[in-house]
Design a protein around this ligand. Structure first.
Ligand code: 5GP
Length: 238
C-alpha cells in the first residue's frame, strides 16, 4: 500500500471542491464537497453524497482516458472524498464539447433541446465569475495571453478525444453524452486534463427514455437528484 500524503494548507476553495497542498510541491489533494451551486452560485443547495460519487466517477473516467492516451492530473483516489492530483496552473478557459443542443446553446440560438449536431462543436468560455463565464473565440485566449496557439491546439484535440472515448463508453451503457465542460492546466509545461468529470460537469441522458441523469435535475428543480447521481455511477461502474 502506498502511504497517504498529508494534507497541509487549504489554498483554494471552489464551489464543489477544496484544494490542499501536500509535502510534495507537485501534488495536491482535491476534497469533493456535497455543495451544489448553479447559475454562478445564485442557486445553492446540497446533493447528498455528491462528493463521494463525483470523486469515484472521476476516478473511473480519468482512468479510462489515461488508458486511451489522454494525459490527466489524476494520480489516485485516496478515500471517499479525497483525490490525489498533479498540481496544475489552470488555463482560465472552460472548454465545452457538445453533441446535441441543450442548455445555454438552446437558449442562445433559440433551438430545441435534443437536436443532434452533425459533428461535435468545441466552445470556449472565459473563466470569470464576475462576467458569468462569457463565450469567447479561441483568438481571445491568444490575444489576452490565456493560452498559446500550441496549447489551444492541444486543448481542442484532447477535448475531441475525450468526447470520442466517453461517448462510446457511455453509449454502451445506455447513456447519451449530450455535452460536457473540461478544464485544462499546465504541469511542468505540459497541458493536462484537470478538474472532474461527473454529473456536475456533463449532461447525461438515458438513451431509451431521455431522462436527465445529471445536475440539470438540481438546476431545474426536477427532483430525484441524488437518485440520478447514484444511477449514473451504477452505469459507469458497469
Ligand atoms: P451550458 O453552456 O449549456 O450551460 O453547459 C454546457 C455543459 O458544460 C454542461 O454539461 C454543463 O454541465 C457544463 N458546464 C458549463 N459551465 C459549467 C460550470 O461553470 N460548472 C459546471 N459544473 N459545469 C459547467
Amino acid at each position: 500500500m502506498e502511504s497517504t500524503p498529508q494534507k497541509l494548507e487549504m489554498f483554494y476553495e471552489g464551489k464543489a471542491k477544496k484544494l490542499y497542498s501536500t509535502p510534495d510541491p507537485d501534488l495536491v489533494i482535491a476534497y469533493f464537497k456535497d455543495d451544489a451551486t448553479a447559475f454562478n452560485a445564485k442557486k445553492r443547495g446540497t446533493i447528498e453524497d455528491k462528493g463521494v460519487i463525483n470523486n469515484r466517477m472521476s476516478e473511473l473516467f480519468f482512468g479510462l482516458l489515461e488508458r486511451a492516451g489522454v494525459r490527466t492530473h489524476f494520480v489516485r483516489r485516496l478515500n471517499d472524498r479525497d483525490m490525489l492530483c498533479k498540481r496544475l496552473q489552470i488555463v482560465p478557459v472552460e472548454t465545452v464539447v457538445r453533441n446535441m443542443v441543450a442548455g445555454s446553446m438552446a437558449k442562445r440560438l433559440d433551438r430545441e433541446e435534443g437536436e443532434e449536431l452533425k459533428f461535435p462543436i468545441v466552445e470556449y468560455y472565459y473563466k470569470s465569475d464576475a462576467l458569468d463565464d462569457p463565450l469567447v473565440y479561441p483568438e481571445h485566449a491568444l490575444l489576452f495571453g490565456w493560452a498559446t496557439e500550441d496549447e489551444l491546439k492541444t486543448i481542442r484535440s484532447l477535448a475531441l478525444k475525450v468526447n470520442d472515448v466517453l461517448r462510446k463508453f457511455l453509449d454502451e451503457r445506455g447513456i447519451i453524452l449530450v455535452d460536457f465542460k473540461l478544464e485544462f492546466g499546465r504541469h511542468h509545461g505540459e497541458i493536462l486534463l484537470g478538474d472532474e468529470i461527473c454529473p456536475d460537469t456533463c449532461r447525461f441522458w438515458d438513451k431509451a427514455t431521455r431522462k436527465k441523469l445529471d445536475k440539470d435535475r438540481f438546476r431545474r428543480d426536477l427532483g430525484n437528484v441524488e437518485d440520478a447521481y447514484q444511477e449514473m455511477l451504477r452505469r459507469v461502474e458497469g
